[in-house]
Structure formats: structure tokens, C-alpha cells
Design a binder for this molecule. Sequence first.
Ligand SMILES: [Zn+2]
Ligand SMILES: [Zn+2]
Length: 314
Amino acid sequence: MSLIRKRFLLGFLLSCIISTTVLSKTEVSKADASKAGAADSHHAPEGSYQVFDLTSNIKMLQGKGGNIGVLVGEEGIVLIDDDYASMSDALTAALVPFGGVEKLSYIINTHWHGDHTGGNHVMGLEASIVAHENVRQRLMTRQEIKAFGMVSEPYPEVALPSVTFREALSLYINDEQLQLIHLPSGHTDGDSIVYFKKANVFHLGDHFFNGIFPFVDVENGGNVLMMTKNLKGILSLMNETSLIIPGHGPLATKLDLISFIDMLSGTTAEVQAMKAKGLSVTQMQEKGLSDHWDDWAKGLLNAKTWIGIIDSSL
Ligand SMILES: [Zn+2]
Ligand SMILES: [Zn+2]
């Protein structure tokens, strides 16, 4: 089946419901996804998860792609992001101590990138997927990130979000209120953060790469300036005891997020200053950023790539 021929993204890759759309899944699409899952199972199981306990019932799972948030309780499991498709066997195994995939109640996608939604093909068989409406739109059509030569083929219905929203949505489950808040035009055009209101825990998706230069998907609606603005806007929800799950990198605090925002602002200012002097992108990349930011280049992106992303956001 053509649906199986998926090449996934790179290695990163509410109280008021303003607009909520609920779409039902069909048995046919579930069967299709089962076949896709069977095909995937020809591949050797890959990877494993490190589990971090944030509270008695909130966990962070680190595997291959984006960090996963897990809320467990009597009313079932809520999963925030589900990694690459190739990690689905490992993720299924990692959920066994919490009751297993059959206890899934909701799956939330922070954005469409395959390192956060690849598991939808398997996890989507068990529970409804919730995401911003642009995530559904993008996943149901062919996507490209030309900068990395990456292509994502359309997902089958069962792997698509069946509950979508525009601005914000609340889920009340396991004695917790999860607020899903859309942050416009930041990392992509369909990002949401998840705020565990009672527990003072956040999952920021790829709006936050803790300690490293982030990938910002400018060709798919992301923008460094908007990402910075969005993050400044949510700081007021946090305090010194907040725990923050970043899209990538280790578990974080508000201070780590402030460092990240300072890096976004500081490096953007340096690129803007070079641009004001008339330097081309290539010239800016040759000149580089100040030494102050060297540590941020030791993770995913080097300074040259980061300068290019900032330049394309201006
Ligand atoms: Zn990611
Ligand atoms: Zn991403």
C-alpha cells in the first residue's frame, strides 16, 4: 500500500473551546492502519525509553524523537506526542507498566512533524488523537521540508487527529485539567503546548529545545520572531517550581526556558545587526555568532544553519 511508503521527518523533526471539530474514524481506516502496522513489524524493534517521574502520575519518556509526556490514572492514559513510527513497539512496551496501550484515552500531537506523530499509526488504533486543526490538514496531505530533503506522505485516517481546535481546548481527566494552547507561527503553523494546570507541568513541544539551537520549520509556517514572542507570552503561566518537558533535550525549569528565550533574542539581534550592515546570508554565516552562544551549537544545529533559519524568519 502506498500509505506504507512513508519516509519520516528528520531527527526532530482552555476552558473555552473556541472551535472544536470531532470526526469519527471508520473501521475501514482502522483495518488499513493495522495492515500498515503489520508491514512495519517486519522491521526489527528499535530503541527503548528512559522514563522520568515528574509527579506521581506524570512522566516524561525519552526515546528517539520528541520527548513524550504521559498522564496516568483511573480514567486512562493521556499521551503527548508519540515519537517516530519505528519506535512504536518500544513505546507500546514502555506503556505496559501504566496499563498498556489499551488504557489510552487520548493522544495529543503538539505539531505534525514525524518525530512527534509517527506513533499515531499504532496508538491511533486505541484512542482519539487531539491536535490543532493545521496538524490534521498537514498530516492528511503530502508534506515536505525541502531544506532537509524530507517528505511525509499522507497519513491514513486512523493516524489523523479526530478532535481538532483552533485556539485552545481543555481536557478534564484523572483529576487534572490539561489546557491545550495553540501558539501561532512559532515552530510550525500548528503548534500547541500542553499545560497540566494542577500539577504545574508543561509540555512545550518543539517551541523549546532545551540547551540547543532549535529547528524552526520556516517553510511550513514557523518563524523565530514569533516563537520568541510566543514563549515570552507563556512565561507568566510559570513559576520557579514549574516542570517543563521540552520537545528535545532534558527536563527543564523556568530558568532553562528563560535561557532559551535569551538565546533566541540574542542571536536574532546579532543576525539583525549583521543584516543591517548589508551582509549576505553567506557572509553572516562566515562571520558567525559571538562565542557566547557556542554551547548551543553542540546539539542539533550548528551556528551556520541557525543563522540561516533566523535570516529566513526576518
Ligand atoms: Zn521534534
Ligand atoms: Zn518539530
